[in-house]
Structure formats: structure tokens, C-alpha cells
Design a protein around this ligand. Structure first.
Ligand SMILES: [Zn+2]
Length: 93
């Protein structure tokens, strides 16, 4: 699935084109697809990993804040490593 298709699918799931953070109305042109799980962490370009955002929310993404990233980190990282290797989440999760 292309990232664009993921965004279209996401918009369909949430019932329209709007920023999921601030609610601003968007269009397919202005919507920024945010990888909920970063690609480098095994996030896939698909609707369930996609969050629609306006440009300004994407810019103020707390994920870009390193200390917060560390906090979310550890336990999730383990699960996602497993997910990448096995293509499914581990049972203990
Ligand atoms: Zn926004």
C-alpha cells in the first residue's frame, strides 16, 4: 500500500479529511500523513500506522522531542522488534 493510499484509507476510517490532533479541516493535498510508528522502527506505510495531521501539528510533533521519545521507548521497542522479525505482535502483549 502506498503512503498516499494509506492516507486515503485513514481518512475513510475517521470519516473525513481533518487533523487528528487539532481538528482542522484538511484536503488530500494539505493532509500530512504521520507515521504513528516511524518507518525506521518497523512502522509500515499502511492506514493503521497513519495519522492525519495538519502541517503545523506535524511540526510540533512531540515525537521529535528526544526526551519524550526515550520515555515511550523501551518496552514498545521490544515488542516492535519482535513484530519486525515475526510479522505479528508477541503473545505477551
Ligand atoms: Zn493540526
Amino acid at each position: 500500500m502506498s503512503w498516499h493510499n494509506a492516507k486515503v484509507e485513514r481518512a475513510r476510517q475517521i470519516g473525513g479529511w481533518f487533523c487528528e490532533d487539532c481538528g482542522e479541516t484538511l484536503t488530500p493535498m494539505t493532509a500530512v500523513g504521520h507515521h504513528e510508528r516511524y518507518r525506521r522502527n518497523g512502522g509500515k506505510s499502511e492506514a493503521r500506522n497513519c495519522r492525519l495531521r495538519c502541517g503545523s501539528c506535524e511540526q510540533h510533533d512531540p515525537h521529535t522531542n528526544k526526551s519524550r521519545q526515550k520515555k515511550i521507548g523501551q518496552s514498545e521497542t521490544r515488542a516492535w522488534k519482535y513484530y519486525c522479525q515475526h510479522g505479528r505482535l508477541p503473545r505477551w502483549r
